[in-house]
Design a protein around this ligand. Structure first.
Ligand SMILES: Cc1cc2nc3c(=O)[nH]c(=O)nc-3n(C[C@H](O)[C@H](O)[C@H](O)COP(=O)(O)OP(=O)(O)OC[C@H]3O[C@@H](n4cnc5c(N)ncnc54)[C@H](O)[C@@H]3O)c2cc1C
Length: 474
């Protein structure tokens, strides 16, 4: 990373305006720039104002912006919908925010190859809305599907509530068009289900948090939508009971559910109150939301019976089955709104997404309880338990001053991340490192790995202008 970047002056603004048109350039207006200076990360300290925002409409415009920025030494931060939770799209070093919001077309639905080609600014959910009539879906989407963009999903390798059975975004990406920091355009892969010609650059770029290239087109493989599904809501009298059941669900039932989501009591109560919703047995200490799917009623019935039995044997009481759309949607709605509900209840918080091997979740939960107890802090927890990916949410106690919060949160996060790493886990399972977790990357990665990653970064972006100040501390 260079020690100094060029600031944007009138000459550069004129050049940017010439590329995207004055209407698609924001500069000199702090109020409008502010909207592009943060994502959904709760703590404001990760925010940073851009000097300019550009909204290109084509790959050629992205190319021209990158060539200009590269020549002039100006940082560029790609931005999707800004729903990220690690400060990834925050222009940490100022410069240009490159918003992909106008590149929002679904370019092709290829029913013969079962592929869709789309621009990065497409709202993720709209892909499945369009595909509904064909009985097809993109299965790797995150829970924020109604707001986030496809390009952001690619850059974060997002994964959501269906990852247990269907995996995460990367599984479905077969082709990418990207613009490098220097302005060159690469077309990688295509509508191929297999491809071993050279290095797998697609899956190097997927999850690279906008630090290696700007994604300008995505080819996704599709799956048929299963015809039937059902949701089990399993109430447990203890956290340990619920978490202990997670690895048993697949092993003992021999069925791979679509989702295994965990919700603790604090998360459920906060969300039901936020939504003014009642779900069955919401006062349980902990719950597992387990979804199964299939193509006929009997298959789905057999699946939920088998999984229900495993949960009952592990102490679930009662197990509620939702097999009509309205009830399933109501239950999922609670799970989907936990992050928002906890944020409304406790705006000062740090939402985490550690990931551990599924068999280590019980041990991690014990460490979490110990950390919360020792620091005297509330840490509600929920998440994609079937993937070992948990959203422990550290909440600022009212009695703590700002200084105490900053100091103690740093120590709490270090302990939480160390606990995850010691159990074979990682500090982030889906939200990424961004500028929020970069100080902790050394917990997960050894110096040789970090050095190699930095060399890869330098090969893609020799001038260090693409999303600087992310992933690695200098
Ligand atoms: C309520 C809520 C629920 C969520 N649930 C999930 C979940 O279940 N699973 C999950 O994985 N995440 C989840 N997230 C996090 C977030 O929605 C995802 O990370 C999402 O993929 C970000 O997409 P975005 O378009 O908002 O990207 P942004 O936040 O705008 O950007 C994210 C990163 O992608 C880069 N980027 C964006 N577009 C491009 C591009 N075209 N080319 C190169 N880089 C680009 C940015 O530079 C940044 O580093 C959730 C967030 C919220 C608020």
């Amino acid at each position: 990373m260079p020690t100094a970047y060029r600031t944007i002056d009138a000459r550069i603004l004129a050049a940017l305006g010439g590329i995207v048109g004055e209407r698609n350039l924001i500069a000199g207006d702090p109020e409008r720039l502010e909207a592009y200076g943060h994502d959904e990360t709760a703590e404001k300290r990760y925010a940073h104002l851009p000097e300019a925002v550009v909204k290109p409409a084509s790959t050629a415009e992205v190319q021209a912006i990158m060539a200009l920025a590269s020549r002039e030494g100006i940082p560029v931060t790609p931005r999707g919908a800004g729903s990220g939770l690690s400060g990834g799209c925050v222009p940490a070093m100022g410069g240009i925010v490159l918003s992909l919001e106008r590149m929002n077309a679904i370019l092709e639905i290829d029913l013969d190859n079962l592929m869709v080609v789309a621009q990065p600014g497409v709202v993720t959910n709209s892909i499945n809305e369009v595909l509904k009539k064909e009985g097809l879906m993109f299965a790797g989407y995150p829970m924020s599907l109604e707001t986030c963009f496809l390009g952001g999903n690619v850059a974060e390798n997002a994964g959501g509530g269906k990852a247990v059975k269907y995996g995460v975004t990367s599984r479905y990406i077969t082709g990418l068009e990207v613009v490098l920091a220097t302005g060159e355009v690469l077309r990688l892969g295509g509508k191929l289900r297999k491809d071993v010609s050279g290095y797998d650059l697609i899956h190097l770029i997927v999850g690279s948090e906008g630090t290696l290239a700007v994604v300008t087109e995505v080819t996704l493989s599709l799956l048929p939508v299963p015809k039937r599904r059902a949701v089990l809501l399993c109430s447990f009298p203890s956290v340990a009971g619920a978490i202990g059941a997670v690895p048993a669900v697949i092993k003992e039932s021999r069925i791979v559910p679509t989702s295994v989501e965990y919700m603790d009591k604090a998360s459920i109560i906060a969300t039901c109150s936020y939504l003014n919703e009642e779900i069955p047995y919401q006062k349980a200490e902990a719950m597992l939301l387990i979804e199964v799917d299939g193509n006929d009623d009997e298959e789905v019935y057999r699946a939920y019976e088998a999984i229900g039995e495993v949960c009952v044997a592990r102490g679930a009481d009662p197990v509620y089955v939702a097999d009509n759309r309205t009830t399933m949607d109501r239950i999922w709605n609670v799970r989907r709104n936990i992050a928002e509900a906890l944020k409304v209840r406790s705006p000062r918080q740090s939402l985490e997404d550690i990931v551990v091997p599924t068999a280590a979740i019980t041990a991690f939960m014990a460490r979490l309880e110990d950390i919360a107890g020792r620091f005297g802090v509330e840490i509600p927890c929920y998440g994609h338990a079937g993937d070992g990916n948990l959203h422990a949410t550290v909440v600022k106690p009212e009695a703590w001053s700002e200084e105490e919060w900053h100091e103690r949160l740093t120590a709490i996060l270090a302990e939480l991340y160390e606990a995850s790493h010691a159990l074979g886990g990682r500090i982030s399972g889906e939200h990424g490192i961004g500028n929020k977790r970069l100080a902790y990357i050394g917990i997960d990665l050894d110096p040789a790995t970090i050095l190699l990653m930095k060399r890869v970064k330098a090969a893609f972006d020799p001038a260090g202008i693409l999303n600087p100040g992310k992933i690695f501390p200098d």
